[in-house]
Design a protein around this ligand. Structure first.
Ligand code: IMP
Ligand code: MG
Length: 469
């Protein structure tokens, strides 16, 4: 599970000009080698064991042991022999305890027709990582799209009130929090503020203390730009219409890795990436637009203009997954061929494809240095870990990870994390003013009816709902 473990890439064209079709880099499965390995072991027990419950727990106990061995000596571990794609594992994993808790809720060992799925194994792994990391956690980073907010939406549009509360609780308990996103907007903190609208507003409304605000960061363009949270006066906020809790760009030089990047090499890399995307767009008749930035180049759906330009083609509104995967893998091959001195991240973003200079491993590591924390004291939460065309994949080099499928799952893993740290996930006591939070409608004759009551939501919250369910 390490980006450096990806199989070697081959060139796209042989010397004679015929295409070299190469399947070794493509894994369309939604899981990864380690998840498939565990699901396979459980499947055997499901079919063969007299007591699936006992056998599955025994499997988890054994797995815990071989993960420990791998943490201590990854090169020669049994695990890396069973799962050749296995990469860095930064901490032990409390797999047996996680399995027990999951089984207590979903009773998977009572099933007789459906063995544990790869998706369930992903949830159990997340839970095991939360159990192992909760005690010594110092820093947690989040991907943006499909992790903190729904794809293309902003935080406030993603039904994320509880998520906002949990993030505040992490900040107030001394844990540093960062959004680490591919989206690169140099010198434009207001663009990230739009995506984080709702979260920053909640920090303001709930008067999150300055010390806690000082622990909130945004890293944009994978590892290229750093922004810090700050608070401005009501007058400044009224004058420019931005929230009083906002972002400001950090001084250049925050990331040591940049000092090693040569500008000519950066331009060479982006030129090659742009050429690769243009070639793919032409070969597959894509109705797309190419976007070039200071540190990135990508393709997005091209709309009506592209439809008119490419009459026989596809992708004006949305490009198919297979097309995006193909474009991302061609980009990766082109970058590998170029032997660029700067690391790149070529990925399928779900609706677009990008080549960014740098990656999230570098972004997370730079923040770790700034905060003075070790990888084992960190977590990165993201949604793009599948094979090597997801851009959260790189973060595994620098941090233990949680693999989520959307902001609701992020909310659930944070709830587990807070509970393991002994922090209540409930709302804090209502402020002394206004004296009552009840509202009455002047238009309704049922004025005495209470609003949907706190009790109902508290009862729901008390459930161990660590996964969507
Ligand atoms: P993430 O999931 O937060 O890492 O964001 C990935 C998404 O950011 C991509 O799928 C794009 O839609 C968007 N994006 C905007 N600007 C850039 C860029 O410069 N590089 C890569 N992705 C970008
Ligand atoms: Mg994402």
């Amino acid at each position: 599970m390490d980006i450096s473990d990806a199989p070697p890439l081959t060139t796209l064209l042989s010397p004679g000009g015929t295409p070299v079709r190469n399947l070794s880099t493509y894994d369309p499965s939604p899981s990864d080698g380690f998840i498939r390995f565990i699901a396979g072991l459980l499947r055997h027990s499901f079919v063969l064991a007299y007591s699936f419950h006992e056998s599955a727990r025994g499997t988890m106990r054994m797995l815990e042991k071989i993960v420990n061995e791998h943490v201590a000596a990854p090169g020669s571990s049994k695990l890396s022999k069973h799962v050749p794609s296995m990469g860095t594992v930064h901490t032990p994993l409390a797999l047996e305890a996680a399995f027990d808790l999951y089984d207590n809720k979903y009773h998977i060992t009572q099933r007789t027709h459906v063995p544990p799925s790869e998706d369930e194994v992903r949830h159990i792994l997340n839970l095991a990582q939360v159990f192992s990391s909760s005690g010594d956690l110092q820093f947690i980073s989040f991907d943006g799209d499909e992790t903190l907010y729904a794809d293309g939406k902003n935080f406030a549009q993603s039904d994320a009130q509880k998520l906002a509360r949990y993030i505040q609780k992490l900040l107030c308990s001394g844990i540093a929090v960062a959004l680490v996103t591919a989206a690169g907007y140099k010198g434009a903190p207001e663009k990230y503020e739009v995506r984080l609208d709702g979260l920053l507003q909640a920090f303001h409304t709930d008067a999150v203390p300055d010390a806690a605000l000082g622990r909130f960061f945004v890293v944009g363009g994978e590892c290229n730009y750093l922004f810090e949270a700050c608070r401005v006066s009501a007058e400044v906020s009224a004058a420019d219409g931005r929230c009083a809790v906002r972002l400001r760009e950090a001084e250049a030089g925050w990331n040591d890795a940049h000092a090693l990047w040569d500008e000519a090499e950066a331009t060479r890399g982006l030129d090659l990436a742009e050429a690769s995307l243009r070639h793919t767009a032409e070969a597959l008749a894509l109705r797309c637009r190419i976007i070039r930035k200071e540190r990135a180049v990508g393709i997005i759906a091209g709309g009506a203009e592209a439809k008119a330009r490419v009459p026989e083609g596809s992708g004006s509104r949305r490009m198919r997954r297979e097309v995006l995967d193909e474009a991302a893998l061609r980009l990766q091959a082109a970058m590998a061929n170029a032997k660029l001195a700067i690391p790149t991240c070529c990925f399928n973003g779900g609706a677009d494809v990008w080549c960014d200079l740098g990656n999230k491993a570098i972004g997370v590591a730079a923040l770790q240095r700034r905060l003075g924390v070790r990888p084992a004291q960190c977590l990165h939460v993201g949604d793009q870990f599948s094979t090597s065309i997801g851009n959260d994949y790189a973060a595994r080099l620098s941090s233990p990870t949680l693999w989520v499928a959307g902001p609701k799952e992020t909310q659930h893993v944070l709830k587990q994390l807070l509970e393991r740290r002994g922090i209540s996930t409930k709302k804090t006591a209502p402020a002394a003013w206004p004296p009552s939070t009840r509202r009455v409608s002047v238009f309704s004759s049922h004025q005495a009816l209470p609003l949907p009551d706190e009790h109902v939501s508290s009862a729901k919250e008390a459930e161990a709902d660590w996964v969507r369910g």
